[in-house]
Design a protein around this ligand. Sequence first.
Ligand code: ADP
Ligand code: MG
Length: 564
Amino acid sequence: MGAICSSLAISHSSIAVSYLSSSSATSFLHCSPNSISNIIATLPTYRAGFSQTPLQVVGGRMMKPSSSSSPVSLGFSQSGETKEVQEEVVLKPFATSLSISPALLENLVYDALVWSSLNGLVVGDKSVKRSGTSPGVGMVHAPFALLPMPIQEGFWKQACELAPIFNELVDRVSLDGKFLQDSLSRTKKVDAFTSRLLGIHSKMLEINKKEVIRLGLHRSDYMLDAETSLLYQIELNTISSSFAGLGCLVSDLHRHLLNQHGKDLGLNPKRVPGNTAVRQFAEALAKAWNEYDNKRAVVMFVVQPEERNMYDQHWLSFLLKEIYGVNTIRKTLAEIDGEGQLLLDGSLAIGGQIVAVVYFRAGYSPNDYPSESEWNARLMMEQSTAIKCPSISYHLVGTKKIQQELAKPLVLERFLEDEDAAKLRKCFAGLWSLDDSEVVKTAIERPELFVLKPQREGGGNNIYGDDVKEMLLKLQHEKSKEQAAYILMQRIFPTASLSYLIREGICHQNNAISELGIYGAYLRNNDKVIMNDHCGYLMRTKDSSSNEGGVATGFAVLDSVYLT
Ligand code: ADP
Ligand code: MG
């Protein structure tokens, strides 16, 4: 156990937050984030797969030599026809360049698999029946990248610096009930799930329910656009931000591998920043529990009935107990409905135990509410005095529709000081509602440059490529109110590099792209901000041909970062 603890105890001393120079930031987004003509002017040349040009391993990834790249500009002609598209491979300038021999690769994979098994970098194995319900039964290593993904330190710092601002933004937006209700008013008419969430929110507004102690455990996800060299936010997760536990272990794994083999690889283990996500999340939960001020109360993890990612969650509950002496319980929404009770003083009791903090690792998807029982549970928790992570308001702030509303001109400025608003806006990609006929027209003509997103979380729900066109035409044809269920987003094209992705003990070589997640923790009691930090990171890497992301959904693998 000691070994496991120490592997998680690495501090993030190497991650000093500093201000990023905006000199590289020449994007259209600075002047007019939603201008479609600007977007077309700067949209990336599509980066196809690698050609026959020899590859080299750079910073642990195989890259196409820069001499082979052939940048061209791409845009719309006056007539709206597509200009000729040429391939371009945009490369990252890494100092280190090396090749991995088959023997070294075999060693690395073997060591990594042993390390994962010894250190709890595991998930339930889907081929074993009880692996999602019984801990210790049917475990397999979590899918991971063999070597960390290189990222320039400036982008890393920029993303870290944004986390406390996003934390504050979520808190402020959550207090504006009218903004949330108005922004989602049309969506709720066509999206039953959003409507139910909004219904609970309305009830809380009616009874004037105030959340005095507010806890947010968020993760803001980014992709680095190769063409513009800008970091763009993909989404902000305010509910069930997962992989703080296993993500930390992947950072430790990569450091371990570079400690063992770094000389052969020409890579320095110190360039993999320590990852404090799970420790800081545990700290935030413990501090919230402390604010609730009832030593006998517990932290309740709201979980899905079957959860193959349970060990990620168990890392958090384990640290809560080990470091802070806080007891946790795990309950499904149905169990909470069956065993839960609102006491006269408003506190939430589950089977006689008072709950100080409700931590949601379920409840973000319609599938989590198969019957009225689950909705009853959600409402009961919301009405209680327990600290909700997230509250219904925090949950709604994380919806894609609100992300799009916040990207409209001058909306951020309603909630943040101008300087902070400007920093966030820099990372906003183009986001539009389907009311914008000019953008919809462009998306029908060039669907590959957009992502069409419904109000869903958890991966596997977005629409890409020709399906964007088909869906938009269908919605247009039917003059459907259903348009309000979707938002359109500019598609981001990160640089692809050849990576080693390990799944079920087998090493695959893929052209891969990555998504960087930065965790943020926010805790507030009335006027006092107790915690507002960035806390660790999650890199996820996936085959560049895969549209979707998500580790649990099988698209991506866990990764860490190599600062260059
Ligand atoms: P979810 O709530 O399902 O995680 P996301 O908005 O994060 O929804 O989208 C899921 C995945 O789709 C992301 O992890 C990313 O891989 C891909 N994706 C989403 N938006 C974009 C985009 N604008 N450009 C490129 N890929 C995207
Ligand atoms: Mg996501």
